[in-house]
Write a protein that binds this ligand. Sequence first.
Ligand SMILES: *Cc1c(COP(=O)(O)O)cnc(C)c1O
Length: 230
Amino acid sequence: MLRENLKAVQDKIEAVCAKVGRNSSEVTLIAVSKTKPLSDIEELIQCGTTEFGENKVQELVDKYEKVSTKVNWHLIGHLQTNKVKYIVDKACLIHSVDSLKLAKEIDKEAKKKDVIVDILIQVNVANEDTKFGLETDEVFTLINEVSMLNNVKIKGLMTIAPFVENPEENRVYFRQLKQLLLDIKSKNIDNVDMSILSMGMTNDYEVAIEEGATMVRVGTGIFGERNYNI
Ligand SMILES: *Cc1c(COP(=O)(O)O)cnc(C)c1O
């Protein structure tokens, strides 16, 4: 079943790219495997998936250590500073940086392990109270500060759009994030590379791709519903 689900998502990505004149190689599909067993991950690896997303540090580290093949692990959930040390050399990209304190901690731990950590700045474009992420007008300040850190590299922006019935409602937020990315890019800040736009989940990834997403994070659409009670 996972193979069919994956194929269906890949086909939709192809179709929407064709529709808006984008090359589908510009869009990376991240399989969000949170709460799902290792056997599901192994099955997807057999289907050629190399990008996996987790929202909890412990679960990412666990799966990182147990998986049979080397794949790329994206940390997409909120990161507490005291957990940074477990993850800096395991996540290929941290999507959820939203404070200077967190960025400094990542820089510190990255120095100890002699790695450069790629990060995205998480923006709460819809200004939802329940979500982590910076408000749009705070982003420039943070990016200027983080750009000074030697072992952290800003690669782009990420957002979690509101949960809505009709994905069209999120188009405006995706468009705003893309515009913000372009505005930052135009400033040519040293050590800041605005090449990644991580936006779109199962419910709205097609709209996100139409608006310029270069990474989409799809969980339910590939793995089926999550059960948090097990
Ligand atoms: C769970 C999660 C996703 C995937 O959500 P689905 O609706 O299952 O596709 C994407 N991004 C983040 C940050 C998540 O926590």
